[in-house]
Design a protein around this ligand. Structure first.
Ligand SMILES: *[C@@H]1O[C@H](CO)[C@@H](O)[C@H](O)[C@H]1NC(C)=O
Ligand SMILES: *[C@@H]1O[C@H](CO)[C@@H](O)[C@H](O)[C@H]1NC(C)=O
Length: 387
């Protein structure tokens, strides 16, 4: 040690100080991202942040994006590979309770924001529209209230929007159709009112608006150009009017659930060229009148059809018992008359479901299809009046 001269010691000391300093001041996470993360955490009630949770590990005495993250910032966020910008916030379901800070908008590199299954409340800040790189936004299963901010239509990169299971009110903004990258829209289990937007986002695969208070009819303009739409879930609303042929002819349509609405008619055309991907249709618990459309049978892949508890009348077309693809058929709770097609009761039948609680004659009690039993005569006579 004696060999070390004083100047050399000083130099070493200087170097080590320089090294320490440089680690401390080295630019990692951008200061705006850090302040946004701080604001994000501080708008959540500390008492709702368990020490073992992701947010519990967010301790700002260390740099959020610095790796390795052994003690702090263990989970809940992802950064760019150069550790300068936050790209994802995916919280664990830890019952975090609080609001979503408007300062979230400063995390301008965010592509993924998932706060699902927590207890966030208050409005969705309209400043969220500044997150121009955002691809996935899931606020599912929280207690957000207020309306869906119209500014959300500025999120041009958005591919998946899940705001289901909250307490959102008001109309769906018409501007939503400008979300041209949106593939999946789920706003089910909210309190939305009004009718569907004039135009839905053009590249949707999945539209889910179950259990809201939507009214009005399904207009052709809303669905115009939605050539990729596969799944439509609009059950438990107050939708009315006629289901028109264009609807079932949407070229990619596979699954339709419009149960528990107030539709009054259904009009079905054969698919052009016999081509359709339609697999399942549920129109149960509506107010559909008229005859059972025979053209459903022309949809080659249709395996499940439910028209239970409507006001359909007349006979059940023979064609229904000849379609071997149709495995589930629920026609119970209507006013069908006559003898059900014998094919339903053949030994090689593969169809399950129900023809019960109609006005059918000779539905063999030995068949599961005939459960529950038919309506009392008096009700059937009344339904068919004097005709
Ligand atoms: C954050 O880390 C510092 C330094 O390790 C520690 O003293 C402090 O208690 C931590 N704060 C929390 C809230 O854990
Ligand atoms: C639809 O309404 C019926 C009758 O009110 C109810 O029994 C059924 O559970 C409802 N279906 C759904 C999916 O809510």
């Amino acid at each position: 040690m004696q060999a070390l001269s004083i100047p050399l010691l000083l130099l070493l000391l200087h170097l080590s100080l320089f090294y320490t300093n440089s680690v401390q001041v080295q630019a990692l996470t951008s200061p705006t991202d850090i302040s946004a993360l701080k604001a994000f955490k501080s708008s959540i009630k500390p008492s709702s942040i368990p020490s073992w949770s992701c947010l519990g590990s967010w301790n700002f005495t260390t740099d959020p994006c610095a790796i390795p993250r052994r003690t702090y910032f263990i989970c809940g966020l992802t950064c760019t590979s150069d550790s300068t910008r936050v790209t994802q916030i995916v919280l664990d379901p830890a019952s975090y309770s609080g609001t979503l800070t408007p300062l979230i908008s400063q995390l301008s590199y965010l592509t993924f924001l998932d706060l699902s299954d927590n207890s966030f409340f208050g409005p969705i800040p309209s400043s969220i529209s500044y997150l121009s790189k955002l691809q996935t936004l899931s606020l599912r299963s929280n207690s957000f209230s207020g309306s869906v901010p119209a500014s959300i239509s500025n999120l041009k990169s958005l591919e998946s929007l899940d705001l289901s299971h909250n307490s959102l009110t008001g109309f769906l903004p018409n501007s939503i159709n400008s979300l041209s990258n949106l593939r999946r829209l789920d706003l089910s289990y909210n309190k939305l009112t009004g009718s569907l937007p004039n135009k839905l986002p053009p590249n949707l695969l999945e539209l889910a608006l179950k259990r809201n208070s939507l009214s009005g009819s399904l207009s052709k303009s809303s669905f115009a150009g939605l050539t990729q739409l596969e799944v439509v879930e609009l059950s438990e609303n107050s939708l009315t009017g006629t289901l028109q042929p264009w609807f079932f002819l949407l070229p990619s349509l596979q699954q339709v659930d419009l149960a528990n609405n107030s539709f009054t008619r259904v009009d079905v055309w054969k698919p052009s060229g016999g081509n359709s991907n339609l697999v399942a249709v549920d129109l149960g618990f509506n107010r559909i009148e008229g005859y059972l459309p025979v053209n459903f049978v022309s949809y080659p892949l249709l395996a499940s059809l439910t028209l239970r508890y409507n006001r359909l009348r007349g006979t059940i077309p023979l064609e229904y018992s000849k379609n071997k693809f149709l495995r589930r058929l629920f026609l119970d709770g209507n006013f069908f008359i006559g003898k059900p097609p014998a094919g339903f009761f053949a030994t090689d039948t593969s169809v399950s479901g129900s023809l019960g609680y109609n006005c059918l004659q000779g539905c063999p009690a030995s068949s599961q299809l005939c459960v529950p039993s038919q309506k009392p005569n008096a009700i059937c006579k009344q339904a068919y009046g004097h005709s």
